[in-house]
Design a protein around this ligand. Structure first.
Ligand code: CP
Ligand code: NVA
Length: 305
């Protein structure tokens, strides 16, 4: 069976990503014009969450309804997955009763094992390693505000986490530059990041990473699943805060993005996230539109606009 999954950003090629952006723009315009578009009537999305979520759950659930389909929410705590049913068995069963599955979980290997046993497309709704749907929304948002991202510079300030690894895959695929600055003990893991990538420049000083950037972006100091390191991280990340001073060294029209939820006063100041350069609400909304385009593509292939 030739099923297309979206487990990592680079599971899709440049042409497919561009197609999804084109469709997302069209689907968004239909939605904004209150026009019904039901290409996935009678289709069912199953969403499996092992970690908390607001945006991902809401955008997938609302998105599937808006495309004419239905969405079912499963939480591992109250499904048999939480009582040790093998992921492979769950995949066999769940994929016989649904048309597409979205999973938010811990290790990437869990979602890979699920996909290997699934009869339907599987979408990564965040793992410890990657958050590809978020980066789709972020780049779509950049393009909406500033045009093509190719050749531009994105500065990632903070943790080497699922977001940063996905940004790197996107930079390689779509041809933009990625400046990364992390605290010394939280550097990129070479098992997950291609440190030889031509797109990547690593900076010790976050101010150097931000210099001349077209887009400044960051994320929480402690991602879900790493809460035990919270206190240590608070100390080590203190200088990796996006503030006005950092914004000033970026391009004058630089955008600020954050996947949310944010901690004002930690990774970003209120001045920046609530300021004129910030597009975080558009970024959050665009999860809805790009994921509708993604589900359309995974289930129906290339629909012409
Ligand atoms: N950005 C994001 O994935 O948000 P949630 O954790 O609320 O889904
Ligand atoms: N890096 C964060 C993103 C949350 C949407 C986490 O994994 O918790």
């Amino acid at each position: 069976m030739n099923i297309k999954h979206f487990l990592q950003f680079n599971d899709l090629n440049k042409d497919e990503i561009e197609h999804i952006f084109e469709r997302a723009a069209w689907i968004k315009s239909q939605f904004k014009g209150y026009k019904k578009y039901w290409p996935l009537e009678d289709r069912t999305l199953v969403m499996i969450f092992e970690k908390a979520s607001t945006r991902t759950r809401l955008s997938f659930e609302a998105g599937m309804h808006q495309l004419g389909g239905a969405a079912i929410y499963l939480n591992t705590r109250d499904s048999q997955l939480g009582r040790g049913e093998p992921v492979e068995d769950a995949a066999q069963v769940i994929s016989r009763m649904s048309d597409v599955v979205m999973i938010r979980t811990f290790e990437q290997s869990i979602i890979e094992r699920f996909a290997a046993n699934s009869r339907v497309p599987v979408i990564n709704g965040l793992t410890n390693e990657y958050h590809p749907c978020q980066i789709l929304a972020d780049i779509f948002t950049y393009i909406e505000h500033r045009g093509a991202i190719e050749g531009k510079t994105v500065a990632w300030i903070g943790d080497a986490n699922n977001m940063s690894y996905t940004w790197l895959q996107a930079a390689d695929l779509l041809g933009f530059k990625l400046n990364i600055s992390t605290p010394p003990n939280y550097a990129l893991d070479p098992a997950l990041a291609n440190l030889d990538s031509k797109a990547l420049t690593v900076f010790e000083d976050p101010m150097d990473a931000a210099k001349g950037a077209d887009l400044l972006t960051t994320d929480v100091w402690t991602s879900m699943g790493f809460e035990a390191e919270n206190e240590e991280r608070r100390k080590e990340f203190a200088d990796w805060q996006v503030d006005d001073e950092m914004l000033k060294v970026a391009k004058a029209d630089a955008l600020f993005m954050h996947c949310l939820p944010a901690h004002r006063g930690e990774e970003v100041t209120a001045d920046v996230i609530d300021g004129d350069n910030s597009v975080v609400w558009d970024e959050a909304e665009n999860r809805l539109h790009v994921q509708k385009a993604l589900m359309e593509y995974l289930l129906l292939g290339k629909v012409e606009s």
